[in-house]
Design a protein around this ligand. Structure first.
Ligand SMILES: O=C(CO)COP(=O)(O)O
Length: 718
């Protein structure tokens, strides 16, 4: 029969302070074990004084609090004791009885244990009964005899065997670092079960959970747990560390074995291709392994020097254009800005959407370089139709699979049990886009990579469709090809405004480049993460990829690039916050820098980086702080010297239609504005000019107009 596993953490008289205990629980919370709670119980035995105050945090982790000891008495004159009923009263449903330290250091006898078990049975309390032999006893061949004696004393008191767990803890293995071998533990525990079978019944013996305890660590638990008579562990020293969760995860039946077939079947049924399935399998495997996704400071070195765009000396080689694909990522919806369509359909300048400008950029590049240019989009299942329709007027861009490939979709994962999310009310909600790191598997799985290579394309320039500064630059292309790097990232210098975003760093172990995003930074390293003088560069998501190297990496990694996996907690129906909690697994395309040996980076001027993430960005972009160049790029006006205006609109302007109401007469002048803050319902008259730092406030609640004029370094109250 299959018994439920049970893992206990016996903290003994540790740690020294409750503060430390709380921070350990916090650590556990950060990377909880991803095991099925219906298959593994976890109990934690803190010092008695803290049981009540820590109980909530322990239970918040899906674990139970367990006492380390209990009195053999009822309520009364028993100074220093507590009763089984006291524990029940506090909501504590488990206790250890007969731990070897109680037996040897406090003189507890088999008979005391028996009385304690009797009281616990009366109170309906679960007991983990600890038994085990000393070294002398083992060496004297008395192991089974000792265990039987300790058990025999207690057996007559047990009426309800569902409330008893046995912890076999050989005294010589406790706190000594000398763990029993898996065979030793298995042999002894099989003998214990056999004894119970004879003394009680086969049914009770079969159902009885028997833990092993004594120097269990994350390193030695995996082999022990393969033994049929080991149903979990009672862990001492190793339960005082964050890595106790690794022991729990190891004991938990692998979700990969349990759940993966369900995901695979669902994806196949949906028509997902093999590459998409392999990519999701990799991501899901990372999720359920409970792997530590953090990148601590100790593993990194800063990047000191990088080649700079302005200093590139290579002579631009126009012949390379024929071998190069320009790819725009266009999978994003403008939900954050109140749109339910592709974000690139947003109007940027009079009458021109992002897509219009991109199409015109491509046309202009073809003219400038006097050559045909291969252009493609990666759409998502929600942007493809609208985008192709909008671009149909630009016939020379290409059509169909010549113009686009579509990003994969990934199943959402139910947060509580890691199963595929199920939402029959709207099955579309069971799927999500897997982040732009899906670029690589989507290219491979759609056949696009193979097709491009066959046609002689070797290089790819990728950028986001909301970054209108990212155009084909022959100088950069030539530098990339001449450098021989398989992958190159355009980075920009971090300013204070960028300190919360990710940064480029050197991985000490490999010497290669990697990106650290804020979700990958442990709390204690946050200060260094935000240190823009130390970590000077951020990823602009303008990337250059050698397609031959990409294909090689896929082959080396069994068809799935090992990108860092980010898990986003959401609800299955994004608009219904009460619906099932799910995890969406995503990867980021820039993170691939760590997958390519010899990948490089280039520092570019900010003019190649003008993304629109919010209506703040959009307002700035529409103003005279930016210029539309002849080749349809939107770049910061030279007067700005590379620094965009810092616009902070009230939350009420989050959506584009609300922002339009702020500027019914067109955008204000921001060319000399450092920072603009708008609070409350305002409309700008025609001819408003902001200079320096200006705040416009309307606290009245009813809309007010800001009259034409120059506002410089002041707060205007309307
Ligand atoms: O006594 C134990 C658990 O109750 C085992 O302690 P260690 O895991 O530190 O050896």
């Amino acid at each position: 029969m299959s018994r439920k596993y049970i893992v206990g953490g016996n903290w003994k008289c540790n740690p020294a302070t409750m503060k430390e205990a709380n921070s350990l629980l916090k650590e556990w919370k950060k990377s909880p074990p991803l095991v099925d709670p219906s298959k593994v119980d976890v109990v934690i035995c803190p010092p008695a004084l803290w049981m009540s105050s820590l109980g909530e945090s322990i239970e918040g982790l899906g674990m139970k609090t367990c006492a380390q000891n209990v009195g053999k008495n009822d309520a009364g004159a028993f100074t220093g004791e507590w009763t089984a009923a006291n524990l029940q009263d506090l909501g504590i449903t488990w206790t250890l009885v007969g731990h070897s330290e109680r037996r040897t250091k406090y003189g507890e006898k088999d008979e005391d244990c028996a009385e304690k078990v009797a009281k616990c049975q009366e109170a309906g309390l679960g007991v983990i009964l600890c038994i085990g032999e000393t070294l002398d006893e083992r060496e004297g061949g008395k192991t089974d005899e000792v265990n039987k004696r300790q058990l025999a004393a207690v057996l007559p008191k047990v009426k309800d065997w569902s409330k008893i767990v046995i912890a076999y803890e050989p005294v010589w293995a406790i706190g000594t670092g000398k763990v029993a071998t898996p065979d030793q533990a298995e042999e002894t525990q099989a003998a214990i079960r056999n004894y119970i079978k004879g003394a009680v019944s086969a049914d009770v013996a079969d159902k009885l959970q028997i833990q092993y305890g004594g120097s269990v660590t994350p390193d030695n638990c995996a082999e022990l747990i393969t033994k049929p008579n080991i149903d979990g562990f009672l862990v001492g020293g190793a339960s005082l560390k964050p890595t106790f969760m690794d022991i729990v995860s190891t004991v938990g039946p692998s979700k990969m074995v349990d759940m993966w077939p369900k995901f695979e079947e669902k994806m196949k049924k949906e028509g997902c291709n093999e590459t998409a399935i392999a990519a999701f399998k990799y991501n899901y495997g990372v999720l359920v392994s409970g792997a530590d996704v953090m990148i601590p400071e100790s593993k990194l070195d800063p990047v000191d020097k990088l080649p700079e765009y302005e200093k590139l000396t290579e002579k631009p080689d126009p012949r390379l254009l024929k071998k190069t694909l320009i790819l725009k990522l266009n999978g994003g919806l403008g939900t954050g800005m109140g749109l339910d369509r592709a974000k690139s359909l947003l109007t940027v300048t009079e009458g021109n959407t992002f897509l219009d400008l991109i199409a015109q950029q491509v046309a202009s590049m073809k003219k400038d370089f006097n050559t045909d240019l291969k252009f493609m989009l990666m759409n998502s299942f929600s942007t493809s139709k609208d985008t192709l329709e909008a671009l149909s007027k630009y016939s020379d861009l290409g059509t169909g699979s010549d113009l686009e490939f579509v990003q994969n979709k990934a199943p959402k994962v139910t947060a509580s049990d890691m199963s595929p999310a199920d939402w029959s009310a709207e099955t579309a909600h069971e799927w999500c886009p897997p982040g732009h790191g899906d670029l690589y598997p989507a290219m491979l799985g759609s056949g696009t990579l193979e097709k491009l290579l066959k046609k002689g394309y070797r290089y790819m320039f990728v950028s986001n469709s909301d970054n209108l500064g990212a155009t084909m630059d022959l100088k950069i292309l030539t530098h990339f090809v001449h450098s021989g790097a398989p992958f190159m990232m355009e980075v920009a210098e971090r300013t204070d405004a960028d300190k919360k975003g990710g940064h480029l760093a050197v991985d000490k172990a490999s010497g290669g480049l990697l990106l650290r995003e804020s979700a990958q930074c442990p709390d204690e390293d946050e200060k260094e993460f935000q240190n823009v003088a130390k970590y000077k560069f951020f990823n602009t998501n303008n990337l250059w990829v050698d397609l031959v190297a990409l294909k090689r990496e896929f082959r080396r990694n069994d068809g799935a690039l090992p990108l860092p996996v980010m898990k986003n907690s959401k609800t299955v129906d994004p608009r219904d916050k009460a619906s099932t909690k799910v995890l969406q697994l995503e990867t980021a395309m820039g993170a691939a820098i760590q997958c390519f040996q010899g990948a490089s980076a280039l520092v570019i001027p900010r003019s190649r980086f003008a993304p629109v993430k919010t209506t703040n960005d959009l307002l700035a972009l529409r103003s005279d702080a930016y210029k539309l160049t002849e080749d349809f790029r939107i770049v910061l006006a030279p007067e700005r010297e590379g620094v965009p205006p810092d616009v902070k609109l009230d939350g009420m302007y989050k959506f584009t239609d609300a922002m339009e109401k702020l500027i019914p007469n067109g955008p204000p002048s921001l060319i000399n504005c450092k920072k603009l803050v708008v609070e409350g319902p305002v409309t700008f008259a025609k001819g408003v000019v902001f200079k320096g730092t200006v705040t416009v406030k309307n606290g009245t609640g009813s809309e007010k107009e800001l009259a034409a004029g120059v506002y410089e370094d002041k707060t205007v109250e309307l």
